[in-house]
Design a binder for this molecule. Structure first.
Ligand code: NDP
Ligand code: GDR
Length: 373
């Protein structure tokens, strides 16, 4: 019998990498997707098998974490061996705009899943992974942050995830459920959503290099993040559910870089040397040198990076270094891809995409819509 996994958030960055991993391991993978007016399965289309096939390994179901009945019905029908709860309104800045929705999905959505496991009588059968986050640490003064570091959430997103963290611990302690919190630090990839800062940078710089855009507007360039690669991190999500005992783990690389560092790397991958001048909302990134032929639309003296204060957050998390020594010690997990290599992979991907876009524009297609990311 194939092991059966249910992934909420399968259409997102992590969901797509985790689905790949579980399919490689021979699982029957079920995923919950939301109804949307446009196709939203681009990240997993390469895994799709005709649902009319006799025994497809990847099966998608409509559902939504706001809908307790749909969630309960799916869990009762699928009887999963493992559930990975990756679905969330995952954007910190957006959570300040949509705090109630964020709480409904990120906090209560987790509760709905846990209750559905209980209602189906699967407490002793189904293992549960909760996508917890370094944002729980927020303003904590302890450095670096590990499993017992006190939490100090700084956004409606982080507060909602705090509830999800504790309700997962509570169901483990109260009902004996095999339930784990993976406290993951930032992880990125070419599949990262375009409005998160790393992807926003690689995508926009590729467009600027090829003349599809002229400026990249950002917020706080001083923020420090511990960036890893999503592929490394989903491996750990699976490992956590294979242990004898359910435990929580911090997953991080242990090394931090600033948003400005990431911009500098991404520009360098295009042969562009940038200099940052000015401070606060007056800071600008100016091109000083262009080597090679990857950035034909860029000249020394061009101002390509500007600050738009609308991207500053009402409450910021300035620095988040993680300590994943427990995961290394107990599970032998170490990240394989550095932040610098991650940046190059993302830049390559977005440069190729921008070239295709540029070709279409040169053949008379409309310019890409100006996205307010
Ligand atoms: P994404 O934003 O890429 O993916 C989120 C997924 O959740 C998407 O599939 C989305 O569907 C789905 N979703 C959103 N709302 C609902 C809903 N109401 N019902 C059902 N599904 C919903 O996030 P990531 O893949 O980057 O992150 C995965 C999880 O890990 C999230 O919970 C995130 O908060 C958490 N996390 C992420 C970190 C990171 O650095 N990436 C670090 C720490 C934690 P759709 O495609 O339709 O929008
Ligand atoms: P984060 O990721 O908030 O850490 O949450 P994000 O990439 O959005 O921001 C990282 C840092 O960059 C600064 N920043 C900007 N961010 C965005 N999005 N857009 C900008 O223009 C910009 N300019 C500067 C931010 O202020 C911040 O300091 C991610 C998400 O994946 C969460 O779901 C997850 O829980 C955490 O990582 C760990």
């Amino acid at each position: 019998m194939k092991r059966r996994a249910l992934i909420t958030g399968i259409t997102g960055q992590d969901g797509s990498y985790l689905a790949e991993l579980l399919l490689e391991k021979g699982y029957e993978v079920h995923g919950i997707k939301r109804r949307s007016s446009l196709f939203n399965t681009q990240r997993i289309d390469h895994l799709y098998e005709d649902c009319h096939a006799s025994e497809p390994s990847l099966i998608l179901h409509y559902g939504d974490l706001s809908d307790a009945l749909s969630v309960a019905r799916l869990i009762e029908k699928i009887v999963p061996d493992e559930i990975y709860n990756l679905a969330a309104q995952s954007h910190v800045a957006v959570s300040f705009e949509e705090p109630e929705y964020t709480a409904d999905i990120d906090a209560l959505g987790t509760l709905r899943l846990l209750e559905a496991i209980r209602l189906a009588g699967l407490e002793r059968h189904t293992r549960f992974y909760q996508a917890s986050t370094s944002e729980l640490f927020g303003l904590t003064q302890t450095v670096p942050q590990h499993e017992t570091t006190p939490f100090y959430p700084r956004s409606p997103y982080a507060v909602a995830k705090l509830y999800a963290y504790w309700i997962t611990v509570n169901y483990r302690e109260a009902y004996g459920l095999f339930a784990c919190d993976g406290i993951l630090f930032n992880h990125e990839s070419p599949r990262r959503g375009e409005t998160f800062v790393t992807r926003k940078i690689t995508r926009a710089l590729a467009h600027i290099a090829l003349g599809l855009e002229t400026n990249l507007y950002l917020g706080n360039l001083d923020a420090l993040r511990d960036w890893g690669h999503a592929r490394d991190y989903v491996r750990m999500q699976w490992m956590m559910l294979q242990q004898k005992q359910a435990e929580d783990y911090v997953i991080a690389t242990g090394v931090q870089h600033s948003v400005r560092d990431f911009i500098t790397w991404a520009a360098a991958d295009l042969g562009i040397t940038l200099e940052f001048i000015g401070t606060g909302s007056q800071e600008r990134g100016i091109v000083r040198r262009v080597d090679g032929d990857l950035a034909p639309a860029v000249r020394p003296g061009d101002v390509v990076i500007r600050i738009d204060p609308k991207y500053f957050r009402p409450a910021e998390v300035e620095s988040l270094p993680g300590d994943a020594s427990k995961a290394q010690r107990q599970l032998g997990w170490v990240p394989e891809i550095s932040a610098r290599a991650l940046c190059t992979e993302m830049m390559d991907h977005d440069y190729q995409a921008a070239r295709r876009q540029s070709l279409l524009v040169s053949r008379g297609m409309a310019l890409p819509a100006s996205l307010d990311l």
